[in-house]
Design a protein around this ligand. Structure first.
Ligand code: 8ID
Ligand code: ZN
Ligand code: ZN
Length: 348
C-alpha cells in the first residue's frame, strides 16, 4: 500500500472546542513505532472526558482522540522487531511506557509515570493512520473482524483486568454497575465466561433486556429501585462478592461499598469527574471489604482478553457509523443513551 501524505481525522484545538473533521498530515513513525492504517475505532467514554478536559490530567492540544483502533500495519520504524507489514494491530490507551521504572519492570506499565496515552498525550485512532509503540501495540490474529474486535482494545482489556482484580471464584456473584454501556456490556460477558453469576445495574427497560441477553441473571434498574442497596443484597442472598464500577456516577460507587458482601471487593474503574468514594470506616472494617482501583491492563491482559474474543466467548454489541459523525456519538453518550459501543469507520 502506498501511504498518502494527508488523511481524514477528527481533531480539536481546545478542550470542549469544535470537533473538526478535516485533512491532516499522516504521522511518521519514530524508530520504535509502527504506523497503523486504522480501519475502525471504538468510541470510549474516556474520549468524551478527554475532549471535555474534565480530568485532573492535561491532554495534548491540538488532539486527535481515540484509543480502540484496529487496523493494518503499513510501515515500521527502523528499530522495530517482531512486526511485519500487513499484520493486524491495535491502538490501545497505553501507547507506550519507559519499560525501565519499578512499575514497568513488574509489568504494571499503565502505572508508569511517563506512560504515553493514545487519544490523550499521543494522537489516537480517530484518524486513518496512527502511530503506536511496537512493544505495546496489540497483536490481533489474522482474519479477525476489525470492527468487532475494536472495543476489546480498551473496554475488553479493562473489564477483564478489573474482573481479575476482584479475585472471585466460579459461582460467586459479581455486580456490574453501568452494565449497559461500552465497558459494562463486555464486563457482563467476560464475567459469564469466567464462571461468575452476574447482577447488572443500569437504567431503563431497554438496557435491562439488553444486559439479560448478554448473560446477566438479574437486572436492577437504578432509575426505578426505591432502595438499591436492599434490592441488590436481597437478589444476591447477602450482597455480591465483587462489584465492577463502570458507571460514570459518584453515587453509584458509594452505593457499591454498602451492598458488597462481607469480605468482598469493590473495584473502581469508571472515572466520573471530581468524584470521591464515600466509605463508612466502621462498616468497611467490620465487613472487611477491599476497595481497589483498576486501570486498563498490561500486555498479558491484552493477549488474554483478545483470546476470549477470538474463541467466540465475547460478542461486541456495536453500531458502526462514519468517523465524521463522532460529535453525535458524544451527545448520545453524555445522555447515557448508548447500548453497548459505537464504532467509527475511518473511511467515512
Ligand atoms: O482503565 C480504566 N479504569 C478505564 C478504562 C476505560 C474507561 C476507565 N474508563 C472509564 C471511562 O472514562 C468512563 O468514566 O469508565 C467509564 C465508563 O466508560 P464507558 O463504558 O465507555 O461509558 P458508557 O458507554 O457511557 O457507559 C456508562 C454506563 O453507566 C450507566 C449509563 O446508563 C451507561 O450505560 N450509568 C450511569 I451514567 N449512572 C449509573 C448509575 N447510577 C449507571 N449505571 C448504574 N447506576
Ligand atoms: Zn477507553
Ligand atoms: Zn515505566
Amino acid at each position: 500500500m502506498s501511504i498518502p501524505k494527508t488523511q481524514k481525522a477528527i481533531i480539536f484545538e481546545t478542550n470542549g472546542g469544535p470537533l473538526q473533521y478535516k485533512d491532516i498530515p499522516v504521522p511518521t513513525p519514530k524508530a520504535n513505532e509502527i504506523l497503523i492504517n486504522v480501519k475502525y475505532s471504538g468510541v470510549c467514554h474516556t474520549d468524551l472526558h478527554a475532549w471535555k478536559g474534565d480530568w485532573p490530567l492535561d491532554t495534548k492540544l491540538p488532539l486527535v482522540g481515540g484509543h480502540e483502533g484496529a487496523g493494518v500495519v503499513v510501515a515500521l520504524g527502523e528499530n522495530v522487531k517482531g512486526w511485519e507489514i500487513g499484520d493486524l494491530a491495535g491502538i490501545k490507551w497505553l501507547n507506550g511506557s519507559c519499560m525501565s521504572c519499578e512499575y514497568c519492570q513488574k509489568a504494571n506499565e499503565s502505572n508508569c509515570a511517563s506512560a504515553d496515552l493514545s487519544g490523550y498525550t499521543h494522537d489516537g485512532s480517530f484518524q486513518q493512520f496512527a502511530t503506536a509503540d511496537a512493544i505495546q501495540a496489540a497483536r490481533i490474529p489474522k482474519g479477525t473482524d476489525l470492527a468487532q474486535v475494536s472495543p476489546i482494545l480498551c473496554a475488553g482489556i479493562t473489564v477483564y483486568k478489573a474482573l481479575k482484580t476482584a479475585n472471585l471464584s466460579a459461582g460467586e456473584w459479581v455486580a456490574i454497575s453501568g452494565a449497559g454501556g461500552g465497558l459494562g456490556s463486555l464486563a457482563v460477558q467476560y464475567a459469564t465466561a469466567m464462571g461468575y453469576r452476574v447482577l447488572a445495574i443500569d437504567g431503563g427497560d431497554e438496557k435491562g433486556a439488553f444486559v439479560k441477553s448478554l448473560g446477566a441473571e438479574v437486572f436492577v434498574d437504578f432509575t426505578k429501585s426505591k432502595d438499591i442497596v436492599k434490592d441488590i443484597v436481597a437478589a444476591t442472598n447477602g450482597g455480591p462478592h465483587g462489584v465492577i464500577n463502570v458507571s460514570v456516577s459518584e453515587a453509584a460507587v458509594s452505593q457499591s461499598v454498602q451492598y458488597v458482601r462481607s469480605c468482598g471487593t469493590v473495584v473502581l474503574v469508571g472515572l466520573p469527574a471530581g468524584a470521591k468514594v464515600i466509605a463508612p470506616v466502621f462498616d468497611s472494617v467490620v465487613k472487611s471489604i477491599s476497595i481497589k482501583g483498576s486501570y486498563v491492563g498490561n500486555r498479558a491482559d491484552t493477549a488474554e482478553a483478545i483470546d476470549f474474543f477470538s474463541r467466540g466467548l465475547i460478542k461486541c454489541p456495536i453500531k458502526i457509523v462514519g468517523l465524521s459523525e463522532l460529535a453525535s456519538i458524544y451527545e448520545l453518550m453524555e445522555q447515557g443513551k448508548i447500548l453497548g459501543r459505537y464504532v467509527v469507520d475511518t473511511s467515512k
